[in-house]
Ligand binder design. Sequence first.
Ligand SMILES: Nc1ncnc2c1ncn2[C@@H]1O[C@H](COP(=O)(O)OP(=O)(O)O)[C@@H](O)[C@H]1O
Ligand SMILES: [Mg+2]
Length: 358
Amino acid sequence: MSKIRLGIIFGGQSSEHEVSRMSAFNVFNAIDREKYEPVMIGITKNTGEWLIYEGPIEAVYDGSWQEKAEADLLQYPERFALSLMGNTGRQLRDIIDFALPILHGRNGEDGTVQGLFELIGLPYGGCSVAPSALAMDKTLAKEAFRGAGINQTPYIAFNAWEICPELEARINAELRYPVFIKPVNMGSSIGITKVKDPADLRAALEFAAQYDSKLLAEQGVDARELEVAVMGYRTPKAYEVGELVLGAEFYDYDDKYTNGVSKQLVPAPIDAELREKIMRLAENCYAALGCDGYARVDFMMDRQTGELMINEINSIPGFTKISMFPMLVQSTGIKYGEIVDMIVEMGLERHSYTKKLD
Ligand SMILES: Nc1ncnc2c1ncn2[C@@H]1O[C@H](COP(=O)(O)OP(=O)(O)O)[C@@H](O)[C@H]1O
Ligand SMILES: [Mg+2]
């Protein structure tokens, strides 16, 4: 059997570009070389250009890959010029057999890149277009969860151009403080403010509006944050529940990536019955968005009442060695490299099924 040319797509025009590089570095090092021939394809942060990268993998980790890839492109255009679609140059679909997008946030996790792979007929790893787009749009995801009867914290969805004193009055009347104001389409807590005092509401709304035109106000919950790794093409399977113990006021960008003050507990210190309940609930949430690859399903559990609420689904969760998703799956005895095998198998299965439908 010939090796699968596995395109590891990393970087991207996203605030989570750096995390993506670290994840891609780990994936590259972990995959089974008997099965795969990795092809690194980086998307630049500044212009969103796709570049073939051939060189030491450490450069993907430290960011210097881009310089090398750009130099190679200038020097050997016939080898490095890459065309995503069209009729000229080296075509993406001719240089890889399978695309594994390890991209977070906009233009990567949101169905756009998945749509490109569909258009050019390339099998790919992770959720397909619709669930990716739903998971990325926090408001649409909430509507889908509501449709499936899944419990969540009270919220109000609105547009940036609707910010006015009446909207503020509605938030104050319908939601209990603290209130979280969020842009609908970001990740890594960017643009989010925890508002404790109604006097600070306006500033939080205007801040979030810098990141997206669709916004959300959510009732704050004094919660434990429980996260579940789920995988499955047709039948979702939850692997394990983990807990995030926060260092800062809430889980913000610094906390996630730089401070290291928050702790990840794998598995979460909860009893067997609750664990079972959360895992089944996570599978239902995954199915509610039509997820068909893998995802991390994040819950909040009220510290006082024990009430469980879905917070969000990440359709391409962090994939570094110390990220919650791989740690959860690994805790069940599956190796990091085997997670990639499972993702590839599901993507191939989906591809052959949808091809039959054409
Ligand atoms: N309604 C809420 N109540 C309490 N904490 C919240 C609420 N919404 C968000 N948070 C806190 O903010 C963090 C980031 O919010 P989240 O919606 O998960 O956005 P992101 O997509 O950026 O991860 C959460 O992990 C949690 O710590
Ligand atoms: Mg989150």
